[in-house]
Each structure stands twice: as structure tokens, then as C-alpha cells.
Design a protein around this ligand. Structure first.
Ligand code: AMP
Length: 181
């Protein structure tokens, strides 16, 4: 099964992604994690990615598409995956040819996401300043909401209330995917 997780930062994508990965026995990957690894490299590319991420901006579509398609061509993702953080723009959605079964949207208000993130341990996240968080929320409304409409029209969108308890959200997703609990 090929699944996409969409939601603002703090919506619980990695929590649900990891639960789904265990339950469905398919790998979970996140573009945020991939980019954070690249940003650690002491190369021109590493510095470039780091600068964009720390400012809370999106990595350009061309670069993102290239990196994601390289990852998804690996044998471990052949049978399926749970992808967190991609596609995030309409251009990325339109150029994504890897096949998708369902897109899961974890709907959480901006206020709730900021509240949750203010409690998150940010030691390992250099890109989680308040200014960057606000920028990311702004980018979500501007660039990622059209992605939701794109998949909604195709009948591939599963929308869940991301403010419910973790277990309830997980069960709702499984139910909407038609997976036995
Ligand atoms: P995340 O952990 O998903 O919040 O991603 C952290 C950062 O990685 C984002 O703020 C972007 O700078 C970058 N990023 C992750 N996924 C994408 C994407 N699909 N397109 C562009 N930039 C991305």
C-alpha cells in the first residue's frame, strides 16, 4: 500500500506514520528527516538545504522531486510506503508518478499545532524556531491546501480529525483504509 500523510507541523504525522508502518508492515519515510540528514553534510548542497530549512521555507520543487524519486526507486519501497511530508505543493503532486493509494490528511488547527510544538523537545531541531514554525504554517495554507483539493477531487483523500486521542485517530485511519483492526 502506498500512503501519503499530510498535515501541518505538529499534526502527528510521524506518530501515525510509525503506527501505520508497524501495523501494515511497510516502511515509513519523511522528507523532513531526509532533508535534515542532507543539511548535516558539510557540502554546498548541505549548507543550501540547511539555510532554507532554518528559515522555514520549502526546498525548491525540482530538488525535492529529484531526491524523493531517488529514494523511492530503492528496493525497500517497491511494495509500498508511508510518505510523510511529500507532496507538499501542487507542482510536486502533479509530477509524482509513483502511485498513491490514499492520502491521509490529519486536520489540526494552527493554534493546536503551535501549542503542541511549544512543548516539543527542540534540542535536536535547529529549524524549530517560532519564526520558522509560523512560516511553515503559512506555507501549508498557501502551498499544501491546494494539494488536498487535488486529491479530494480524485477521490483519494482520507480526512481525519487530528485533535482526537492518538489511538482514536489511528483506528479511524485503519477503518477508512478498510484495514481490519
Ligand atoms: P518537516 O519535518 O516535514 O516539517 O520538514 C522540515 C523542512 O524540510 C520543511 O520546512 C522544508 O524546508 C523541508 N521539506 C520537507 N518536505 C518538503 C517538501 N515536500 N517540499 C519542500 N520542502 C520540504
Amino acid at each position: 500500500m502506498k500512503l501519503i500523510l499530510i498535515g501541518i507541523q505538529g499534526a502527528g504525522k510521524s506518530t501515525q506514520g510509525n503506527l501505520l508502518s508497524k501495523k501494515l508492515a511497510i516502511p515509513y519515510l519523511s522528507t523532513g528527516h531526509i532533508f535534515r540528514e542532507i543539511a548535516k553534510e558539510k557540502t554546498a548542497m548541505g549548507r543550501y538545504i540547511k539555510e532554507i530549512m532554518n528559515a522555514g521555507y520549502l526546498i525548491p520543487d525540482d530538488k525535492t522531486n529529484e531526491i524523493v524519486s531517488e529514494y523511492l526507486s530503492r528496493p525497500e519501497y517497491e511494495k509500498g510506503y508511508i510518505m510523510d511530508g511529500y507532496p507538499r505543493t501542487l507542482t510536486q503532486s502533479k509530477s509524482f508518478k509513483n502511485g498513491i493509494d490514499k492520502v491521509i490528511y490529519l486536520n489540526v488547527s494552527d493554534k493546536e499545532a503551535l501549542w503542541r510544538l511549544s512543548f516539543r523537545n527542540t534540542d535536536s531541531r535547529e529549524d524549530e524556531t517560532l519564526a520558522a514554525l509560523r512560516k511553515r504554517i503559512e506555507s501549508f495554507h498557501k502551498f499544501t491546501e491546494p494539494v488536498l483539493d487535488f486529491y479530494r477531487k480524485k477521490g483519494e483523500l482520507i480526512e481525519v480529525d487530528g485533535e482526537k486521542p492518538i489511538k482514536d485517530i489511528f483506528q479511524e485511519i485503519l477503518g477508512k483504509l478498510g484495514v481490519k483492526i
